[in-house]
Design a protein around this ligand. Structure first.
Ligand code: CS2
Length: 498
């Protein structure tokens, strides 16, 4: 519950009626709300995206759609959201404009970092009809190049041997589904909201691979009672900083440890394939469609492709945030041409979206100076992002007989980013990525030899489809660009490509 420490008030249910007028509060009777959904992986993105869609929907059509937030990885939720009765402030910022709203749909939080039981019990509960999830690209334990379950992943090896004490997200879901099958048999939908291609299909693939290993009966039950709709989710939401918490306290007079900050733009396209009840997110502007693929492709290749490209080039240019990258004409010129000439021509038609306008709108969004999205944050887990953002567009260019010079340079920029973290390249920064340790070993072993470096990295077949990695034109272009970007002035090299 909310508490008062001296003059400083903490956000909580008791504070809701006393919030300043400038802060919008839930427009429904929160005390009458009951749980109908769970969310796995409560981070800033969920709080600023799906939860806001849910609050909008509840305001228009009240129903049993309260959310239980579950974390199986840090951070713990109990001390922040839990202590605030699930309430938090969502700030939308654009330039000097800012809009504050308290989101109310999260009714309970479950911390399951020490063991799977609390998460399993929640996911298996009969009142949960839908589970949304944001567990990051690496949470699926799949091989990015193929979409198949990574059977060598240590957590998967563990979960195959100990299916009732899972450590991985797919293992957790498979066992929760087994409990549902054995207890009440209620159907359920798992809605992946992560930026991986065909996210629902990948989720179904990794969960059913574990279920198959467990029993035929479980695999059959899942097939008949569980759906995994595909989704495309979009809103730029950088990690919250201590400054953001201080801003809320200074502007509105209360403390909130779970503030999130995002841009005004938001989009959610959802495959209309639910096993049980469907949340009325359409009332909040989400679009239900039969095929999410074209929406997903344009979002990952244009908006996310721009972010990933800018983050590596931006780090090499010495910039901190995406919005700084966007003030650098060398970077924007390069990435703009790359997307217009190499990415857009190979996208399928997207219903209701003009690709050129989408690109222009994406650039406008990335210029928003109130959104402080660190290049190093976007660079995190790059090995789990470049397949869908950069490598698949390259494959499509080459397959259609076109060139992919600029996209290929981004592959080299990503390699420079990885190897620069190694001892032999001066440990210029720390890289957070499942592939970081291996890249460091490669860099320390090989040093500054572009041919050997590229060959060693391209051999990583969980990232690089061998059909692409062995294409001579692709390989030689990566080598050339890596050599150019490893020079003392990588930005001069970039400029020389103009
Ligand atoms: C970003 C995304 O960190 C990243 O990988 O590219 O989080 C991006 O901001 C969102 O996908 C926007 O919807």
């Amino acid at each position: 519950m909310s508490s008062t420490t001296g003059q400083r008030t903490a956000l909580g249910q008791a504070l809701l009626p006393r919030l300043p007028d400038a802060v919008r509060r839930p427009g429904y009777d929160r005390s009458a709300l009951r749980i109908g959904m769970a969310h796995l992986g409560v981070g800033a993105f969920h709080r600023c995206h799906q939860a806001e869609f849910t609050d909008d929907a509840l305001e228009q059509s009240f129903g049993r759609w309260g959310v239980v937030g579950i974390n199986v990885r840090p951070p713990r939720l109990g001390d922040t959201l839990g202590a605030q009765d699930g309430l938090y402030t969502r700030l939308l910022r654009d330039g000097d404009a800012s809009e504050a709203r308290v989101i109310g749909c999260m009714l309970a939080v479950v911390d399951s970092q020490e063991g799977p039981e609390p998460a399993l019990a929640t996911l298996a509960a009969p009142e949960i009809d839908v589970v949304t999830m944001t567990v990051t690209e690496k949470g699926y334990c799949h091989e990015p190049a193929t979409g198949a379950l990574d059977a060598d992943h240590p957590d998967i090896v563990h979960d195959v041997a100990h299916p009732t004490a899972p450590r991985s997200v797919p293992g957790l879901i498979a066992h929760a589904l087994e409990r549902r099958m054995l207890s009440h048999g209620q159907p359920i939908s798992f809605v992946s909201c992560d930026n991986i291609p065909s996210n629902g299909t990948i989720l179904r693939t990794v969960v059913t691979a574990l279920a198959d290993a467990r029993s035929v009966e479980l695999a059959r039950w899942i097939d008949a009672n569980v759906t995994f709709p595909e989704t495309m989710v979009d809103r730029i939401v950088p990690a919250t900083t201590p400054d953001d918490l201080a801003t809320v306290e200074a502007a509105y007079g209360y403390r909130d440890t779970a503030v999130v900050v995002g841009e005004p733009f938001r989009q959610w396209v959802i495959e209309d394939r639910f096993a049980a009840r469907t949340p009325p997110w359409g009332l909040s502007g989400a679009t239900f469609v039969d095929d999410v693929t074209p929406f997903e492709l344009i979002k990952m290749r244009v908006l996310n492709g721009a972010q990933t490209s800018l983050c590596y080039l931006g780090v090499l240019a010495g910039h901190e945030y995406t919005c700084d990258d966007m003030t650098d004409p060398v970077l924007t010129g390069f990435v703009g041409r790359m997307l217009a000439e190499e990415t857009l021509p190979h996208l399928p038609p997207v219903p209701g979206i003009d690709p050129e306008a989408y690109l222009a709108q994406s650039f406008t969004r990335l210029r928003n100076t109130a959104i402080r999205h660190r290049n190093h944050q976007i660079a995190t887990d790059g090995s789990r992002k470049i397949v869908q953002r950069i490598l698949n567009p390259i494959r499509d260019c080459l397959d259609s007989g076109g060139g992919a010079e600029r996209l290929t340079l981004i592959v080299a920029a990503w390699m420079v980013y990885l190897v620069s973290a190694s001892e032999r390249f001066g440990r210029r920064w720390k890289v957070e990525d499942p592939f970081a340790a291996e890249a460091e070993r490669i860099a320390d072993r090989i040093g500054r030899d572009p041919v050997a470096l590229v060959d060693a990295i391209l051999a990583e077949d969980t990232i690089f489809d061998p059909a692409l990695a062995t294409r001579p034109a692709f390989r030689s272009a990566v080598i050339r660009h890596l050599d150019g970007l490893l020079s003392p002035d990588p930005i001069a090299y970039l400029r020389s490509m103009a």
